[in-house]
Design a protein around this ligand. Sequence first.
Ligand code: AMP
Length: 176
Amino acid sequence: MNLIQAIRTIPDYPKKGIMFRDITTLLGDAEAFRHAVDAMVDPFRNAGITKVAGIEARGFILGGAIAHQLKAGFVPLRKRGKLPGETYTVEYALEYGVDAMEMHRDALIEGERTMMIDDLIATGGTALAAVDLLRRAGAEVVAASFVIDLPDLGGAKKLEQEAKVPVSTLVTFSGH
Ligand code: AMP
């Protein structure tokens, strides 16, 4: 199963110079979607994960399926202003812009073994913010898993070295 072929690249979106790695084509391909979810789940079947945290919005689609497979709960990490309850907030830099992410303060209990999910890691700014949020709420962040790594942007390395979170990824693209 070649996952790379299931991912569509759209040049200059959302702005010039960005090669947008579009996973909607992977999600729409039954075999590729299932394969990606299984590959993300496999190393963690017996890891005692009780929560899967997904980053809005593509991390929700993958994270929901992964949580189901691991028999874990799901925690949404959302853009500012979307969650109705008491939240923790963190601001972070994107590859293209600045944003804020929030999670409910009571989304998990102290020490819960949590796996973090998104579609892609680039500079790591989003993922580092997510780890920050999860740790503020008391999570033990056991792993971070992504479909796509852009290693030239260094995010996966940063997450492992600075945040001490083991990272797994399924495919890599060079460049931006
Ligand atoms: P970063 O914070 O730089 O690691 O960027 C990761 C976040 O931005 C993820 O939520 C990705 O979905 C999105 N993103 C960044 N770069 C790209 C790209 N080239 N193609 C698709 N999504 C991207």
